[in-house]
Design a protein around this ligand. Structure first.
Ligand SMILES: C=C(O[C@@H]1C=C(C(=O)O)C=C[C@H]1O)C(=O)O
Length: 356
């Protein structure tokens, strides 16, 4: 057993390290402030995701201690977020309400210190950024069970904002309720797509026959369920906690890789990072064989397509396409030039390790 004296000594050592960390972090912030002043003169953008990725990659290579990659990433993403706030505090609009999965995606990049604006609709988020009430917008683009989010595609078509980063989150749902037993549950609140993602679980526990009430968000579902007897919510951990709603079952989603991909949009374009992905929208003339011709050009240029989804906007068929590389790569520039009538460039951004 550790003696009181031994514990005190170790804690003294920790205190000294914390003092050094504080001094070093403040030194870092002084330099960050200088970077902010330079950017204010040059008009450069504050958020540089490719630079942040480069720092994390370098630190991971250098690392010899107990910290693993996710620990390094979590610590430094928070430091970067605080640094950006020192350079220039900027608002982040996200598809709300507070506690939504989009909020969680936003916090994973912008940290706990940023100023967030929960907005009720995807088009509302695009509007906030376009009218410069927010510098960044965070919205979902696709889910592994429910596919592409039409509202986001429609807004990407209409607005001239650029995708500057993607965030991929594992989505876990809980069944939260004040009832002690499943059989006391007479109604369940949730978002329509969350009911779909948990259909098999609901059948298995005999909750497929009770009333299912779709509401705007899983967070709202927790809010309603906590106020009413005999009701439950399918919501996130964060949502259940926000309203003190006890969790009866965790991870109730049917697929064990239920993921959502989010985009961060803003008014600038990223520089190359060396590990980039590009997204475009393509509208082709109405002629048979044209899609094959278009895709053959990509193939001939050695471009690796990672996603192609078709979508209807105002009666016209358009394609949402992702591929490896950056807009300024020579082979990509050539394709863009050849098909400039058909392509809308949405953004080149650091490619995340996982995809959905
Ligand atoms: C300080 C900078 O600005 C931001 C903050 C960074 C940091 O804290 O290291 C890195 C990139 C930018 O998102 C920079 O561009 O170097």
């Amino acid at each position: 057993m550790m003696s009181e004296k031994g514990l005190k000594e170790l804690r003294n050592k920790l205190d000294n390290i914390d003092n050094e960390l504080l001094e070093l972090l403040n030194k870092r912030m002084d330099i960050v402030h200088e970077v902010g002043v330079l950017k204010a003169h040059s008009g450069g953008s504050i958020y540089r995701p490719e630079r942040e990725r480069e720092i994390i990659d370098r630190l991971e290579l250098l690392n010899k201690g107990k910290l693993n990659r996710s620990a390094i990433e979590a610590l430094f993403l928070e430091i970067f977020a605080i640094s950006r706030n020192i350079e220039l505090p900027e608002n982040i609009a996200f598809l709300g309400p507070e506690g939504s999965f989009t909020h969680q995606a936003a916090e994973s990049r912008f940290g706990a210190m940023s100023s967030y604006l929960p907005i009720g609709s995807i088009s509302g988020v695009f509007r906030e950024v376009s009218t410069q009430k927010a510098k960044f917008g965070v919205i979902p683009i696709e889910n592994s069970s429910n596919g592409i989010v039409s509202d986001t595609i429609n807004c990407l078509t209409k607005y001239n904002l650029k995708i500057i980063a993607e965030v991929i989150l594992d989505i876990h749902h809980t069944l939260a309720t004040t009832c002690d037993k499943i059989k006391d549950i007479k109604r369940i609140y949730s978002k329509d797509i969350a009911f779909e993602q948990c259909r098999r679980f609901l059948e298995n526990v005999g909750l497929d026959e009770v009333e299912h009430i779709p509401v705007e968000s899983t967070t709202k579902a927790a809010k309603y369920a906590v106020k009413e007897k005999n009701s439950a919510a399918i919501c996130s951990h964060v949502g259940a906690k926000m309203y003190n709603l006890p969790i009866l079952f965790e991870n109730i989603e049917d697929k064990d890789n239920n993921r959502t991909r989010f985009f961060i949009v803003s008014d600038f374009e990223n520089a190359k990072s060396g590990n980039d992905k590009t997204s475009i929208l393509v509208k082709l003339p109405n002629r048979s064989g044209i899609l094959v011709e278009f895709l053959t050009d990509f193939d001939k240029a050695g471009i690796n397509l990672t996603k192609i989804k078709s979508h209807i906007v105002e009666g016209n068929s358009i394609f949402f396409i992702d591929f490896d590389g950056h807009k300024d790569d020579e082979h990509i520039k050539t394709i863009f030039e050849k098909h400039k009538e058909s392509i809308k460039f949405l953004g080149s951004y650091v490619k995340e390790a996982d995809d959905i």
